[in-house]
Design a protein around this ligand. Sequence first.
Ligand code: ADP
Ligand code: MG
Ligand code: MG
Length: 349
Amino acid sequence: MEKKINLGIVFGGQSGEHEVSRASACNVIEVIDKEKYDITLIGITKDGDWKVYTGDYKNIKDGSWEQDTDKIHADFSIFHDPIIQDVDVFFPVLHGPMGEDGTIQGLFELMNKPYVGCGVLASAAGMDKVASKMLFESAGIPVGPYVYFKRRDWEKDPDSIIDDIAGRGFPVFIKPSNMGSSVGISKAHNKEEFIDGVNEALRYDHKIVVEGFLNAREIECAVLEENGEIKAAIPGEVVASKEFYDYEAKYSDDQDSKIVIPAQISDALLEKIREYAIKAFEVIDGSGLSRVDFFVTRATYNIYINEINTMPGFTNISMYPKMWENMGVSYAELVEKLIQGAAVKRVNN
Ligand code: ADP
Ligand code: MG
Ligand code: MG
C-alpha cells in the first residue's frame, strides 16, 4: 500500500474567528479520506500558542480539546519538531489576521512545505481592504466610493479628514483595513458617530478605510482553482436580518440571516459577477480558493466588489461550500480538490 499523506490541519488562531475556525476544521476532518491521509491536528490557542493534539477531533468544535492535557504536545519548535516536520501538506483552516493574511503562509514557505489556499501575497493583499481595492480598480472591477487614511494622519489633522468625509456625505462605513468578521466596523450618520467609529477601528489597525454607504444586496461568488483552471460558482445571496451583516448575525446559532443560492438576480448580473470574481482572484494572484463578495445596489443594479476572502467560512453549511454543492461538487469532494491542489502546487514550483 502507498504511504499515506500526512495532512496537518491547523485550526483556532488568535483572530476573532477562532470559534468559526474550530467548527470549519471539525467538518473538514469529518470528510477526509482516512485511508489516504494521516491527520496531524495542530491547534492555535487564542493566546497564540501552538499545540499538537492527539485526542479525538470531535473535541475541537467546542474547544474542550484544550482541557485534554495528556493528549497535548505543546513544547515544540515548529521548525525542528519531528511531528511537525512529518507533515506533508498543511491545511490552515484559519480566518482573519494571523491565519488568512499571509503570516502563516510565510511560515509554511520558510518551512518549505506545501499548503492549501492562497500564497503570501494574495493572502496579505486580500486581507488589506485598501490594498485589495487598489488592485481591483487596476483590473477594471468597479469599487464603491472610498477614502483611507493612517493613524498618523488622524492624529496630525483630524478636522480636515472629518470635513472631507462630511463633504462627501453620510452615512459611511468605517473599517479597519485589515480585519474580518465585521470586527471594528461601524456605520456613521454624522460627525460624532464618525469620530467614534474611527477610534473604534483604530483599535484594530493603523489604516482605516471609509466607504460611502451602499443600499445594496450582498452577493457572493466562490472561486476554485482546479488543475490550473480558475472556476467561479453561480453566486449566492446573503439576506441579513440586521442593519448590516455583523459578527453576531454571521455566527450566532439562532441567526435569521439566510443564504439563497443561486442569488435571485438576472442571469446577466450573475455572469458579470462570476467574471469579476475570477478577475479579482487573478489580480491578487490567488491560488486554491477565495470567496469574492459583491454589492448589487437595490434601485439601480450596479455591481461593486466589496472584498475578497482568501479563507472563507468553511463549515459544511457555509456559503463557500454551499455554492459548490449547488454546482455538483460535494463538501467532501471540495476538500479533496483543495488538498490535491496544494500537493500539485508543490510539484510545479
Ligand atoms: P468583513 O471583512 O469584516 O466581512 P465587510 O467589508 O464585508 O467586512 O463588511 C461587513 C458588512 O458590513 C458587510 O457584509 C455589509 O453588510 C456591511 N457593509 C460593509 N460595507 C458597506 C457599505 N459600503 N455599504 C453598505 N453596507 C456595507
Ligand atoms: Mg472579510
Ligand atoms: Mg465581509
